[in-house]
Design a protein around this ligand. Structure first.
Ligand code: ASP
Length: 422
């Protein structure tokens, strides 16, 4: 049986087991099996940081011409940013159109807020959100440069690791050719060994997905989703449209690959993103699938995917756009066009600053609310459905990276073909 089929069975079985546990209120059982899921995520994260460092260094050192490196980086970054701005704007338009916050009746709103007051765990999360630092653009740029690359590696500070790896990779490409080739060979061997590790860890995936989904559903149940059904449906609906229409079309028109083939090749990546809620944890498997199933050049995979896992979050952008407008509607605040444009800007920046780990999108949402003058209590309102929305937005975040890598790869290949004809 194929891996994605086994993962899907794990997911379905987890949904059933979790619902039964929630129904009979025996969530203690979920706590017993959850460590299997946690172990899987830990193993993937263990591989992610060395894989990013090794593959980016190898890719930058191996790019024969630096112009190509610059072009690939620029194409990737522009597509990331354009997608995120569009995603936020679409979220805002949909929230204006469907007005999920207008229909939330006051009694229900009071009940949700009261439930939130009673739940210490939720309160803690909201407190973290409201205290989120408002990082400026300069701070963000400075944080990309590590004062100590080993600390950055140890702390899993992705952006800083990426910067250092690019710079060291560039330096490798400038040393004596015999020495550079030896380094390249070593990096290539390390990369292959890390991929062997990824494949080994992926054998655990179906069981881990079962454990993760069982514990999420046993812990949260479905009742929160019902209380905020319209808001959740609008958010998930926009994400689905963005995934299949926007990325599907982009893959077809710019990548010249059938969307069917694209989504099928990445089905296990999508299922993993949904189950783990972590772009970073899925990165190793995404890299292997993009290279082996979609035939994307290793150099481009190594460069675009880690960058994307760190800054490209179109799912988080949609979530923040819809959530900001939803919160304004619930609290009866009319947003001017100018304010909505400000939300597009701040939500895009906040999404860029969102780390690829579970539950960060709601914390950076506090920045968006603060910058647009919306009440921070709004976080308490939506925190109950946070987990399920996090699972969905991670799928979009991750597959958006793969689509971008594919588009950049095919455009580079077309360019090379044109050049060989001339
Ligand atoms: N969990 C998301 C991711 O890893 C980030 C977020 O919280 O929005 O991509």
């Amino acid at each position: 049986m194929k891996l994605h089929t086994r993962i899907f069975i794990g997911l379905l079985a987890g949904a059933i087991a979790g619902s039964l546990l929630a129904l009979f209120a025996v969530s203690g059982v979920a706590a017993i099996i959850k460590p299997v899921g946690d172990l899987f995520i830990k193993l993937l994260k263990m591989i992610a940081i060395p894989l990013i460092a090794v593959s980016i260094m190898g890719a930058t050192a191996g790019f024969a011409d630096l112009k190509k490196l610059g072009r690939v980086g620029l194409k990737g970054l522009s597509f990331f940013l354009a997608s995120m701005v569009l995603a936020t704007a679409l979220g805002i338009v949909a929230a204006n159109l469907f007005q999920p916050g207008r229909n939330l009746d006051p009694a229900r709103k009071a009940a949700i807020l009261a439930g939130m007051q009673a739940d210490a765990d939720l309160q803690k999360k909201a407190a973290i959100g409201s205290g989120a630092p408002r990082a400026g653009v300069a701070d963000f740029l400075l944080s990309m440069v590590p004062a100590n690359p080993f600390t950055a590696l140890a702390n899993g500070d992705m952006l800083a690791v990426i910067t250092f790896s690019i710079l060291l990779g560039l330096a490798f490409s400038l040393i004596a050719p015999q020495k550079r080739d030896r380094v390249l060979e070593l990096l290539d061997a390390l990369n292959d060994a890390l991929i062997v590790l990824v494949k080994g860890v992926m054998r655990l995936a179906p069981y881990a997905v079962f454990a993760l989904i069982t514990s999420v559903i046993a812990q949260f149940g479905f009742h929160f989703l019902l209380a905020l059904l319209e808001y959740s449906l609008v958010t998930i609906g926009v994400m689905a449209v963005f995934l299949f229409a926007y990325y599907g079309l982009a893959v077809l028109l710019l990548g010249r690959v059938s969307p069917m083939h694209f989504f099928r090749s990445l089905s296990s990546v999508g299922l993993l993103a949904f189950s783990t809620s972590s772009s970073n944890a899925v990165l190793p498997e995404n890299m292997v699938s993009c290279e082996q199933k979609l035939d994307i050049d290793r150099g481009i995979v190594s460069f675009i995917l880690p960058l994307g896992a760190t800054i490209n979050m179109s799912g988080t952008s949609i979530y923040q756009g819809v959530s900001a407008v939803f919160i304004a509607q619930v609290f009866g605040i009319a947003l001017s066009l100018q304010q909505q444009l400000l939300i597009v800007l701040t939500a895009t920046l906040a999404a860029v600053g969102t780390a690829g780990i579970p539950g960060i999108g709601i914390i950076t949402l506090a920045m968006v609310l603060g910058a647009s003058g919306l009440p921070l209590e709004g976080i308490g309102l939506i925190i109950g459905v946070e987990r399920i929305l996090d699972m969905c937005r991670t799928v979009l975040n991750v597959l958006g990276d793969s689509a971008t890598a594919l588009i950049v790869d095919r455009s580079e290949k077309r360019r090379e073909r044109r050049r060989t004809w001339v």
